[in-house]
Design a binder for this molecule. Structure first.
Ligand code: PMP
Length: 394
């Protein structure tokens, strides 16, 4: 059996991490993997997470199984964080999942279980794990245009022209905020247009929200998700706590399915619990419990939100610094899009050759499609990157 296996294609981002590690140059800069790092290059445990974990160690009396859906208090706290009161709780089914990836996977499995013929529409480009999981499950897939290579902003006309092809019951995968890999996001007005179109066509939004609080603020980043949740009968939401709580390795995610009525909600809840049971039974609890404690304890929540706000403002500041360094060097505003992007990533719009030149000549590691992790920079490395971008002729 095992001798029949074929080699798997290497994960490009993990291969880049390896190459970075092997590079002996002290001046090398890692803008590859999608993990937040502070100015010292550290991915810290957030203060509120540490405090909640300490408390948990002291007070937790059992590690017996939770429920198949995870702890309902976690789902309720996350529902509040993401949706506010955008949709009534009695229409929302929810299960804890191993990270946002687990949520995406369970959302696709739910879709497939309910309707094998439905197509999922993905933005071009999108997080590479989306098409990878979709293909692995054999879910029919189409793409819609998203990124305008000239302006480095959203190609909204192209997006809507392509989405004119959706059929009732198709799913449209949208990034709730902080689009990965481009950093280009819909405006509030554009979200309204998307909501109108989905309402008219009967297509179902599948929202992946993995960076709430990294863009314009916790509530602002949930604008599109809340709008769709308040207007449409059915919405799938896959959420990750990896980034905004910094609990990457705890595998903390949530899948929500908003149903048209309470009866359908009951079926969806039972089906999601069944799907968890088939795949891994009980979802991980530690990260979920820590997140729930933070969200439900006012002092912890406030401290968490304030640390997250510092992270967000730090990334915005780096964006401004880089855009300004490039403005000076090029005497033009053509890199201002970097300051207009939101979240951890920006797609620079460099060719693969230019990306390779920056790596070989300057030790700057970004993903081959020119996705840069802004959090990999600091005040000292911004000018080095700006010089390299200009030298590579981007
Ligand atoms: N969705 C998107 C768009 C992401 O960028 C990520 C993280 N790279 C995830 C989901 C899932 O992250 P995790 O499984 O680590 O929670």
């Amino acid at each position: 059996m095992l001798t029949d296996l074929k080699p798997q294609p290497a994960d490009k981002i993990l291969a880049l991490m390896e190459a970075f590690r092997a590079d002996p140059r002290e001046t090398k800069i890692d803008l590859g993997v999608g993990v937040y790092r502070n100015a010292e290059g550290v991915t810290p445990v957030m203060r509120a997470v540490k405090a909640a974990e300490r408390q948990l160690v002291e007070t937790q009396e059992t590690k017996a199984y939770t429920g198949l859906a995870g702890d309902p208090a976690y789902a309720a706290a996350m529902r509040g964080l993401i949706l506010g009161d955008a949709a009534p709780a009695d229409r929302i089914a929810a299960v804890a999942t191993p990270g946002g990836t687990g949520a995406v996977r369970q959302g696709l499995e739910l879709m497939q279980y309910a309707d094998r013929a439905a197509t999922i529409w993905l933005s071009a480009p999108t997080w590479p794990n989306h098409p990878s999981i979709v293909r692995y499950l054999g879910v029919p897939m189409k793409e819609y245009r998203y990124f305008d290579d000239a302006t480095r902003m959203v190609d909204f006309d192209g997006m809507m022209a392509d989405l004119a092809g959706v059929k009732a019951g198709d799913l449209v995968l949208l990034h709730g905020c902080c689009h990965n890999p481009t950093g280009a996001n819909l405006t509030e007005e554009q979200w309204q247009t998307v909501a109108d179109h989905l309402e008219k066509t009967g297509a179902i939004p599948f929202i992946d929200i993995a960076y709430q609080g990294f863009g314009d603020g916790l509530d602002e980043d949930a604008y599109g998700t809340r709008l769709l949740a308040s207007r449409l009968p059915e919405v799938i939401i896959a959420a990750s706590c990896s980034k905004n709580f910094g609990v990457y390795r705890e595998r903390t995610g949530l899948l929500m399915a908003i149903a048209p009525n309470t009866k359908a909600r009951g079926e969806a809840q039972a089906t999601l619990a069944f799907l968890n049971r088939q795949n891994y039974s009980f979802p991980p609890d530690h990260g979920a419990r820590v997140v729930q404690m933070i969200l439900d304890t006012p002092e912890l929540r406030q401290d968490w939100a304030s640390e997250l706000e510092d992270v967000r403002l730090g990334m915005l500041d780096l964006r401004e610094q880089l855009a300004s360094a490039l403005r000076q060097r090029t005497n033009s505003d053509r890199f201002d899009f970097i300051a207009g992007h939101r979240g951890m990533f920006s797609r620079l719009g460099a060719t693969p050759e230019q990306v390779a030149a920056m790596r070989e000549e300057h030790g700057i590691y970004m993903v081959g499609d020119s996705r840069m992790n802004i959090a990999g920079l600091n005040a000292a490395t911004v000018p080095i990157l700006a010089d390299a971008i200009v030298a590579a002729g981007v």
